[in-house]
Ligand binder design. Sequence first.
Ligand SMILES: [Zn+2]
Ligand SMILES: [Zn+2]
Length: 955
Amino acid sequence: MQHPSGPSDMGTNHANQPLPATVIDPEYAGEDTDWSQSHVQDAGPATTTVPPRDINVEEVLAGIASRGWTTTVGEAEDSDSDTDSDTDKDEDDSELEGIEHSELENTEYEGISVLDELAELIWEDVREKASDLSDLDMSYLRAFAFKIEEHLSERAFAKLPYVFPSADLDSLKKIRTRITQLSGIEPSPFDCCVNTCCCFTGPNSDLSICPHCREPRFDKQGKPRNRFIYLPVIPRLQGRYANPTLAQLMRYRGEEHIHVPGKITDVMDSDVYRNLLGKHVRVDDKTLPHTYFSDPRHLAMGLSTDGFCPFRRRKKTAWPLILFDYNLPPDIRFHLEHILLVGIIPGPKKPIDADSFLWPLVQEFLRLAVGVHTWDAHTNTFFQLCAFIILVFGDIPAISLLMRMKGHNGISPCRFCSIRGIRIPGDRHTTHYVPLDRSRHPDIRDPSTPTVYDPSNLPMRTHSQFLSQAREVQSAPTLTKENELAQLYGIKGVPVLSYLSSLSFPNSFPYDFMHLIWENVVKNLILLWTGKFKDLDEGNEEYTLAPSVWKAIGEACNASGSSIPSAYGPRPFNVALDKVSWTADSRSFWFLFLAPVVLNQRFRRQRYYNHFVKLVSLINICLQFEITIEEVSQLRKGLIEWVQEFERIYYQYDPSRLCVCTLTIHGVLHIPDAVIYAGPVWTTWAFAMERFCGWLQPAIRSRRFPFASLDRYVIDHARLTHIKNKYDLKDVLRLGPQRIDKGKVYIPYDTCALYPPYHNSISLPTSLQLKLINHLTLRYPEATSVTEIRSILPSVVEEWGAIRVLPAGDRIYASSSSRRTADTRDATHVRYELLVDTNSRYHRRPVVMEKQTFYGQLQHIYAFQLADTPGRIGQGHERPQIIVGVIRGCTIQRNHPTLDIHYYEKEGGLEVVDITSVQCLIGRVKEDKGWAIIDRSGSLSRAYYIEDGDDSNVV
Ligand SMILES: [Zn+2]
Ligand SMILES: [Zn+2]
């Protein structure tokens, strides 16, 4: 500890450790392909005879930590109990300290070792055992799965044998012991500071007091006062590859996704990913013979964290560290069962030295960069499992923590560029704001800093600049100098994640779209419009909405509750009164779909509305399934204009109004960069993390020991998941009937399913009969006459209550069969597409059919068979199946000039259409005289965070 009296957020003790000669730099990775050279050069003469494949990870780690730092996790670990393993670890550490590198060389090499060969030999035995778990094991597993999935307390579980006396259920203790054996997953506990400043790992591992708060590590009995429970990743990844279904699904990245140059649809189209392709993997300063992602089984992973409050209205936070697997297809990637929790940094406080909690993870990923001998159940072969973290994401405080940046308090608060932050003149707060234009700010006299930043040419940070600044801070000769440099660069030191060569600083750390837009930009806009943003008045603009206007807007939102289908998300509420129902999800729905309708004509000047609508259009581009490079340029141009206009309206270049120019408004300028560097916004947004935290919440059983109860739960859960994977028990352990879709599918209508209520003999009224005949005449031009059609129509038809467009559409109800109550949310209005003759008004012109979009209410669904194929009377060839919808159309009067919003006041006549023309549900918002139609079906958001598939909650 060089700075024992230093400020608490500065100079973590390993921050001042000398670094290895070369800091990993992906920009250069792969250029230096002469791995044998670098190996010889750095590892000393003793290693020259060693085959190049044999990189000793332990040695590399020891080099990075610059002291005796050995593995305590991963596949090498074999511990009996928590306490024992810890003691072992300490002994190992002391033993290793005196050992020369040459001795270490002979201990363990990566690559295929004797141990691996042994493992291959016994593998078949192990697999046979897996296939016949005993009946008792299965009953244990079912009971355990029930406890975990239902968050059953131990007390409730202990009552089960009394509820079901014949079930002969053993105690939870006994069950848990067996589950532990079956899973083979052993958590690795690490001591950490009682105030969670740091974890006693790596260079901290021998300390007996916390270097930050000086609290002792152990209590009087010599027991650690606080623990960080780490769940090893490697065995769980191996468990996934031992599962044939998952092993195949995890080939999505390498074999299913197709990169089309100029288009961005997934992480695999991002710069951070593509720049690694073809480059040799580097571990510390050594280049390995294999290249990144050369095997479809190499895993691309994302790391995420977020401060999570175990209790509402209490300041305690915990920080779950979770991993996402980008090898899985996008639709299942964020399901809870596929998220890997590596540990929860316990509270009560935010860690000061997050790096010390990341040590075990970095350790495992260095090992995974080299490769771990693993069974692939899809091909029934062994392979070298490699995994690389390529993206890290979360909100700004979380990522500042992982990148070791100062966040909004630094002079350079932005992680993507080195724009200089400025403070409100005369304000005592240290928050720095980042307007583009600061020409009227009194502090800007220094000619070296620009008075106006060019948003199309911001001073972007690069990987090598970031790390050289980080090193400069870390090696500063004095604490004063270190503080000064940290403040200037906004960087507190070299982050431990920079040792993972697959990560690029800052490009692998995109701003999280959910926090940036929904939790900040939109929230602040609403506060500005309602005059509640930090007591700021509207200056010389007129953007605030009078309280009576805002009240009316709130009521309009509330009134749309029953005309927005529940498939669109939670019921819209009165935004003027209800402050509890705001979530990132409800805010996104409000902003993108309701606000463009309810804010129309409400501002005193149209330009405030136009400015807001511009952001909606730009966000819609971000949410497209596929973004082209041209669209990214369009996005860049649009966002620059939007931020400049924002400054004109809300900041007014007035230094006293600086507080509106937050880092998050500036962050909007980096969204296009983030799409290019890191891929589409949904691949790194925090919705999945948020849902994960919601899932953790009920695991907190004890108010006195919230973190211990969380740990207990996540260990149990990890073990259960691992067993399900390893023994392929997902279906066997499904507690409940498999959800079977009871829809009726008629061939050739295989794109839609019909649902009850069902009536099998309905006679159509004459008016509908005529419309039906008309529809069939158009459909069968080969029919000789209307009479012919009439003659093959059945006298009665089937009527159905609802349809679903397969495979994943919403259920759409026919208004005739749906029972409405005051709370019912409409699910009968639809968008439908018909082929229309664009020349129908001109008799002499040729027929030119074109698909056009219509909206209306689905009133009936009829299914029937014709007596014969039209035009083949009497031939008895086929009896075609017909399914039609009867729709009352909405007469669209006008369209929104830029958004997909359509207005109508009147309904049209009834229309008979083929059921396949029905596309999806629409929502309607009440306007003065009529309705506005909104359509969420094109938006990505629904697919990725509302629907979670069948097994979303199955763990
Ligand atoms: Zn401490
Ligand atoms: Zn920036």
